[in-house]
Design a binder for this molecule. Structure first.
Ligand code: 4AD
Ligand code: MG
Length: 440
């Protein structure tokens, strides 16, 4: 039975506002969901949850109409309710206050909630549409929103124009292996792995651009840092070299993290993240060349030689003890994409940087200066067996007024995972898509 449609929707207070500025001289009204409930016959102790927090509510027979008391008795966890009453200080209650109810409206009843205290990861994932009501998930989603807001604010303040690249594409930007192919009427197309090539086209019009889009990678391996669909914040800048590109990255990442520090202290605390650690995330970040990293790894007994890409274990080993993010520059050209510019000072390598988060979380950004020499680009495409025809439009960018330029892509969930100290990247997104799951 759901009486939802018959309830008058009146303005109500938000729980956290009440806990921060208690209102003791009049009745208050809160609405939300039953988070916990226990009763001793004549008195019911509920904890009510809304989008902002939780508060204890005491419902005592005689203080409200009997029918409402009966409704309170039969309401279960996750029933939706509206409560009126007076606030009183109570040191034992979460937040230090409780509401003594003079009115209880059961808006929507709840079937027995399938999620109880100790649940398997699989059950939580099957019930993701319900699990996102949990306080941890709520906190992660809020931190993520603040990170994105922090990024947009910084980018808008620094002269970047937000643009809207396509998702259907006929180009592989990051190699064929992780492409999601689909039938596009009578042709083949892919879901975008990266907006980079389109952003490169747009700098010739707008000079400094960014886009926040979903990117798709058919990642078949099960890892704690790969999703098949993730949110990608990508930037491209005309007249900027790899050094300038790194400065933009450290300023952007710092602005994102400091926004969270200002706006989301309670959420960070709930997630067990020390806010003071995040306050230290300010430029300059560390800079290390790939070659130096290889030496460090060898000292840590890794069997790795110049030429191999860094994987999660390597990245973890070199950042575990770090407090600040680290740029790893100058990767060997064989392990990076065709569009990266060769470094004339060390032609074995390209002018690129991966930004690794501290505490072992690993890569959060991949970026580089872009190759502007048409012949070099064509040769690299050919060497990697990429059919040139589909890239003619991209090569045009070098034919018509080419300029030095750089850019990068930041994995939003990778940053959320680090900032929220999450074991697994799937908890950085409300409805994770991985090799084993696209439901719910
Ligand atoms: O390093 P990647 O593959 O670089 C690019 O796509 C460039 N075209 C970006 C650019 O220069 N515009 O991906 C960029 C970032 C990674 O550093 C990582 O944070 C994130 O995207 N990422 C993923 N996040 C979650 N799941 C995956 N499967 C990811 N693959 C990449
Ligand atoms: Mg990368």
């Amino acid at each position: 039975m759901d009486k939802g449609s018959t309830v008058d929707i009146m303005p109500a207070e938000h729980i956290n506002d009440l806990l921060k500025t208690p209102v003791l001289d009049r009745d208050v009204e809160v609405r939300g969901w039953v988070y916990r409930t226990r009763s001793s016959g004549k008195i019911i102790f509920d904890v009510i949850r809304d989008a902002t927090g939780i508060i204890q509510v005491t419902i005592k027979k005689g203080n409200l109409p009997d029918t409402e008391f009966e409704d309170a008795l039969r309401s279960q966890i996750e029933s939706s309710v509206i409560i009126k009453g007076r606030m009183f200080q109570d040191t034992r209650a979460p937040g230090g206050y409780e509401i003594r109810a003079s009115s209880f409206t059961l808006v929507g009843t709840s079937a027995p909630f399938p999620i109880t205290e100790y649940q398997s990861e699989e059950l939580l994932l099957d019930n993701r549409h319900l699990w996102i009501r949990s306080r941890e998930q709520q906190a992660v989603m809020k931190v993520k929103a603040s990170l994105i807001k922090g990024a947009r604010d910084w980018l808008d303040d620094n002269g970047f124009t937000e643009v809207t690249p396509p998702i259907f594409t006929q180009n592989a930007c990051e190699g064929g292996v992780t492409l999601f192919k689909l039938k596009y009427f009578d042709r083949e197309a892919y879901l975008s792995q990266s907006a980079q090539m389109y952003l490169e086209a747009m700098i010739f019009s707008l000079e400094k651009v960014y886009a926040m889009t979903p990117s798709f990678r058919a990642e078949k391996s099960r890892t704690t840092r790969h999703l098949t669909e993730f949110w990608h914040l990508e930037l491209e800048e005309a007249w900027v070299d790899n050094k300038g590109n790194m400065e933009i990255q450290e300023n952007l990442v710092s602005a994102m993290v400091q926004k969270v520090v200002r706006e989301r202290k309670d959420e960070l605390q709930l997630l067990g993240r020390n806010v003071d650690d995040l306050k230290e995330i300010v430029p300059p970040f560390k800079r290390v060349t790939y070659a130096e990293m290889i030496d460090r790894l060898k000292n840590k007994q890794f069997e790795i030689d110049f030429g191999c890409d860094l994987g999660a274990p390597e990245e973890r080993a070199v950042t575990e003890e770090e407090k600040l993010p680290t740029f790893v520059t100058n990767f060997p050209k064989e392990c990076k994409a065709f569009y990266m510019k060769e470094d004339p000072e060390d032609p074995r390598t390209v002018k690129c940087a991966d930004l690794l988060a501290p505490e072992g979380y690993g890569e959060i950004i991949g970026g580089s200066e872009r190759e502007t020499d048409m012949d070099v680009l064509v040769a690299k495409l050919q060497r990697q067996d990429i059919p040139i025809e589909a890239y003619q439009w991209y090569l045009d960018l070098r034919r018509f007024g080419s300029v030095p330029h750089s850019g990068f892509g930041l994995g939003v969930e990778r940053v959320v995972r680090w900032v929220c100290k999450l074991e697994h990247i799937r908890d950085a997104v409300p409805f994770p898509r991985t090799v084993s799951r696209a439901y719910p």
